[in-house]
Design a protein around this ligand. Structure first.
Ligand code: SF4
Ligand code: SF4
Ligand code: SF4
Length: 206
């Protein structure tokens, strides 16, 4: 199936980027559906509405949410107890949309408007100072607003690109270091053999 179908499925998915579908984000799950590697009912935040929309797009039968992947909860945002935070930065590393601000040994805080409610920052926190606050009561719909989901998609893609770029830069630096140390070893070996040759010439002359 084409990239176009992947994008259409991805645009139905809620962009919570929580990984409950067993994929690292909404787009990888969309790709897996198009490849026939994942079923259409693995996204708890998208709930029944999401499954119905994907089924309609792909012209396949609706099937209820596979509860193995979790249940659809009311949308919520994370809140850090800033008094208890020890500034370990583990939550920043876990957040798929860069919604947490802070620095090493400094108190951390959540940018509420960017938080998708994915809960991925909860487990890594060593002092349990993050809690989820539901911001939408009652209907069990975890789908965030279209504006917020577009924003989450861009922030997720930006983060993935940044991680990839940082990895490439650090690989390039490692290669550069390796090649410059190889170069200086060759230069040293050359210098050594020239000076040994000169020594031999001197000895033969006198
Ligand atoms: S919202 Fe979570 S479960 Fe749904 S597709 Fe995105 S990453 Fe997967
Ligand atoms: S702050 Fe926590 S709950 Fe909110 S998006 Fe980031 S990891 Fe998910
Ligand atoms: S993981 Fe917890 S303690 Fe560490 S910076 Fe985040 S909120 Fe603070």
């Amino acid at each position: 199936m084409s990239e176009n179908i992947v994008e259409k499925i991805n645009s139905i998915l809620p962009q919570t980027q929580c990984g409950q579908c067993n994929y690292s984000g909404c787009k990888p799950y969309a790709i897996a559906i198009t490849k026939g590697e994942a079923d259409i009912n693995q996204c708890p935040p998208g709930g029944e509405e999401g499954i119905k929309n994907i089924a309609k797009l792909l012209e396949v039968d609706f099937k209820p949410l596979n509860k193995k992947h979790g249940i659809t909860k009311p949308i919520s945002v994370a809140l850090i107890d800033e008094e208890a935070c020890i500034g370990c930065t583990l939550c920043i590393l876990a957040c798929p949309v860069d919604a947490i601000l802070g620095a090493t040994k400094k108190m951390h805080t959540i940018i509420e408007d960017e938080c998708t409610g994915c809960e991925l920052c909860l487990n890594p926190c060593p002092v349990d100072c993050i809690e989820m606050l539901p911001i939408k009561e009652g209907n069990g719909n975890q789908i965030i607003s279209r504006r917020k989901s577009n924003q989450a998609r861009s922030r997720y893609e930006f983060r993935i690109n940044r991680i990839e770029r940082d990895k490439n830069e650090s690989n390039a630096k490692r290669k550069l270091l390796a090649s410059s140390s190889k170069k200086s070893r060759l230069i040293n070996e050359k210098r050594k053999s020239i000076s040994e040759a000169l020594e031999r010439i001197k000895k033969n002359e006198f």
